[in-house]
Ligand binder design. Structure first.
Ligand code: IMP
Length: 180
């Protein structure tokens, strides 16, 4: 375990098994269709690549990057820093996120992509932190529901680091406090 963590919340094995199950469900639900996975950078990268390899129907992959905001000062204003390369009109679209926390980012994504006339639009998140929800967003696929703890690893970062940890863990309080 990384020295800055107080515990591992979801092990590599649990992630593998959970993501395989999600991929199987998605493959059944979208059988015979071409699915466009829209990843929200940067947190989605590990999850999206692992998930895509468990989906047996054809997939396209595209990405967006949104401005991030600090939780305490959240205004709910989200800005697009990088937009999709391809049109999603008439496509079955699945948004792939690392975590839904307040729901504000996903609410923005759903409203924005919804205006582009996709055939269908749904959300797949690795982690769901429902206790801090401010915008109610429909989540079709959830890997793991977690308590209100700040987690890192498997794509999730703190100040840009810890993304590459192969598991999801809880940062020690003194690491967060020490860096603020
Ligand atoms: P929301 O808009 O509050 O739902 O948050 C979405 C974004 O906040 C996620 O895509 C993450 O980048 C970030 N975030 C929320 N909770 C955590 C966490 O526990 N660890 C790391 N990043 C988080």
């Amino acid at each position: 375990m990384h020295k800055d963590l107080q515990e591992i919340l979801i092990s590599q094995e649990e992630l593998d098994a959970g993501i395989k199950k999600l991929g199987e469900r998605i493959s059944r639900d979208y059988e015979g269709r071409c699915l466009t996975l829209v990843g929200v950078l940067k947190g989605c990268v590990f999850f999206m690549t692992d998930l895509a390899r468990h989906i047996t129907t054809d997939v396209r992959m595209d990405f967006m990057m949104l401005s991030s905001y600090s939780g305490a000062h959240s205004t709910g204003v989200v800005r697009i820093l990088l937009d999709l390369k391809e049109s999603i009109e008439d496509c079955d679209v699945l948004i792939v996120e690392d975590i839904v926390d307040s729901g504000l980012t996903m609410d923005y994504m759903l409203k924005n992509l919804g205006t582009r006339r996709p055939k269908s639009l749904a959300v797949c998140t690795l982690l769901d932190k429902p206790s801090r929800r401010r915008a109610q967003v429909p989540i079709k696929y959830t890997g793991f529901t977690i308590a209100d703890k700040f987690v890192v690893g498997y794509g999730l970062d703190y100040n840009g680091i810890y993304r590459s940890l192969p598991y999801v863990g809880v940062l020690k309080k003194e690491v967060i406090e020490g860096k603020q």
